[in-house]
Design a protein around this ligand. Structure first.
Ligand code: ASP
Length: 593
């Protein structure tokens, strides 16, 4: 039907006859001549229809925004003075000979260039219109290039694309499962995969050696900001490898991706142990573009006459840390109050600070509500954080977890607010994660997942699980975890010990993971892998503000699809087939909490 995409036209095609198909982006009537800006996925071209071609002119006259047209005409240079060098097709126009309406369009719920005026709900409800916007098309096009590159790279490295089931059993990745009731097995449920983890390990047992898949994963998580209940992973696994092999393969994949798609040469990927990341940055995904660090000052605060500091400094699970911000003394009272509120979100009860106005003047030169308690240690403190005139020092004092989360988030926020970034891209590997984390009651859960190999023996693990480290690794870029993986347990005995430590008894282990434990008996090779969050990767590479911008049909924060109105009610008949009786009728509005 068409000879060219609108966006492909340029001055090299002058005098050629072309046929365009697309949507009317804008129609302008200029005293007898009609201009149609025709749009398709590749861009916009200006079409001129003049009254000499009476039939075409009459059709163009009836056309409205978003009508679907087919236009035949000749390309010519735009007259001097009307050229638009900022537009790829801005030097030329198409003089229409024939205009055909392929379909009319009702007035759209929003004009494409006025999408900002309607709420996101409207854009999501009419997503097919929102996706006509060039910015949206660009993002999805980039997404397609990214997955194409990834596939080509992995195929080149000998990875095989193998699909794994969607109707399956629970795979523990730390979230709630989406369940699907079985009709043929009344009362039984499938779980949608939180990841292809166990299947990819079984493929290694089969001997496929290298597997990958661009896989949909499903996690019914609490409504944390910017997550999607279904998301996409670049999932891979390889046999006879150690952590260095997996890190090398995937680092080179990401490096190549940035080079090819963004023409960006990523800097060296450094490696940082988890413990160092937590102590220096309060986060296991530190944003290394920001030159701010947490400094431990517990030892100095043990004896100060200020309980807020001395308490955590003396507590086993407490931490007192300082965060110095160069030039931060210029922050206003109001800004500091805002930051105090901000750290409150992370559980911090306050935000103590010292402004260093003139260090040479001693206490006099400092401005702070707390400095009076610190007379004896102030010089050591200022030396330790290397405070200079004009700096501000913030403090966190609480349980270690609260201090890390609060100061870690404050560090990122300050980096953004004060534009402290020292580089555009800061990639790193975080390694040497603990095997387990303890909840408030001391119960252990796997920090990565229960199939991750520890870096110690089964006996050492049993003796002191809380301090065991794992062979897991995360790739972090600009404060975002791009992907994570690990070397897996390939020994049945070790797998049993890990289940035991996690409080999964023999019987439960057999019931839930019997197939894995069995497989580990039949010649499982050493293996490991990693999964990248594709959505997040695309988000970073496109500079999108939310994950919803890089997914064609995303869900809202409350896990609903406003366009199809899913989740929705089902008929009594369907429920009966599934042997399900509802205790509560569905709420009418799926977005209602
Ligand atoms: N299955 C893991 C995840 O989804 C990734 C991996 O260990 O390969 O986080």
């Amino acid at each position: 039907m068409r000879s060219h995409y609108c966006g492909q036209l340029n001055e090299t095609l002058v005098d050629q006859q072309v046929t365009l198909c697309g949507w009317v982006h804008r129609r302008r009537d200029h005293g007898g001549v009609i201009f149609l800006d025709m749009r398709d996925r590749d861009g916009i071209a200006q079409v001129v229809v003049d009254p000499d071609t009476a039939e075409a002119f009459a059709t163009a006259d009836r056309a409205r925004n978003e009508f679907v047209l087919r236009i035949q005409g000749r390309i010519r240079m735009r007259p001097e003075g009307t050229q638009n060098p900022n537009m790829p097709t801005g030097l030329i126009e198409v003089l229409a000979k024939d205009v055909e309406v392929l379909n009319t369009a009702a007035t759209p719920p929003f004009q494409l260039d006025e999408h900002g005026k309607v709420g996101e709900e409207v854009r999501l409800k009419y997503r097919y219109i929102d996706l006509r916007r060039p910015e949206m098309i660009d993002k999805l096009r980039l997404r397609s290039r990214i997955s194409h590159h990834v596939r080509a790279y992995l195929e080149g490295q000998g990875f095989l694309d193998i699909e794994t089931p969607i109707l399956t059993r629970a795979t523990p990745e730390g979230a709630r499962d989406y369940l699907v009731p079985s009709r043929t097995h009344p009362g039984s449920f499938f779980a949608l995969p939180q990841s292809p983890q166990l299947f990819k390990q079984l493929l290694m047992v089969s001997g496929f050696d290298r597997y990958y898949q661009i896989a949909k994963c499903f996690r019914d998580e609490d409504l944390r900001a910017d997550r999607q209940p279904e998301f996409t992973q670049i999932d891979l696994e390889a046999s006879f490898v150690n952590e260095n092999d997996i890190m090398a393969i995937t680092e080179s994949m990401v490096r190549g991706l940035f080079k090819e798609v963004l023409e960006v040469e990523l800097p060296e990927f450094s490696r940082m142990p988890y413990s160092e990341a937590m102590s220096r940055f309060g986060s296991d995904k530190p944003d290394l573009r920001i030159p701010l660090e947490l400094t431990d000052v517990d030892d100095l605060m043990k004896d100060v006459d200020f309980k807020v500091f001395s308490g955590p400094a003396n507590a086993k699970d407490g931490r007192v840390a300082a965060l110095k911000v160069i030039g931060g003394a210029k922050l206003s009272r109001k800004e500091i109050d805002d930051y105090t509120k901000f750290v409150g979100i992370y559980g911090a009860k306050g935000l103590a600070w010292i402004k260093v106005n003139e260090r040479a003047k001693g206490l006099e030169g400092l401005q702070s509500p707390i400095v009076k308690f610190m007379e004896g240690i102030i010089e050591t403190l200022l030396d330790r954080v290397d405070a200079q005139d004009g700096d501000i020092i913030f403090f966190g004092a609480d349980k270690t977890r609260v201090v890390n989360e609060a100061l870690g988030a404050l560090r990122v926020r300050l980096g953004e607010d004060l534009e402290l970034y020292t580089q555009a891209w800061a990639p790193l590997w975080v390694v040497d994660f603990p095997m387990f984390e303890a909840d408030d009651k001391g119960r252990l859960s796997a920090l990565h997942h229960p199939f991750t190999a520890p870096s110690c023996t089964p006996d050492e693990l049993k003796a002191d699980p809380a301090s065991a480290l794992s062979r897991a690794y995360d790739m972090v870029l600009n404060g975002t975890e791009l992907g994570g993986g690990s070397i897996r347990i390939h020994d049945q005995g070790m797998q049993r010990v890990v289940f035991e430590v996690l409080g999964i008894g023999q019987e439960e282990a057999e019931e839930k993971f019997g197939f894995l434990l069995d497989a580990l008996k039949y010649g499982a090779p050493p293996h490991g892998g990693l999964a990248f969050g594709l959505d997040r990767l695309v988000m970073l590479m496109t500079g999108a503000k939310t994950i919803r911008e890089v997914i064609a049909f995303p869900k809202t924060q409350s896990a609903a699809d406003l366009m199809t109105d899913a989740p929705g009610e089902v008929s009594a008949e369907q429920l009966k087939d599934l042997s399900i009786r509802l205790r509560q009728k569905a709420k009418v509005d799926p977005t209602a909490e």
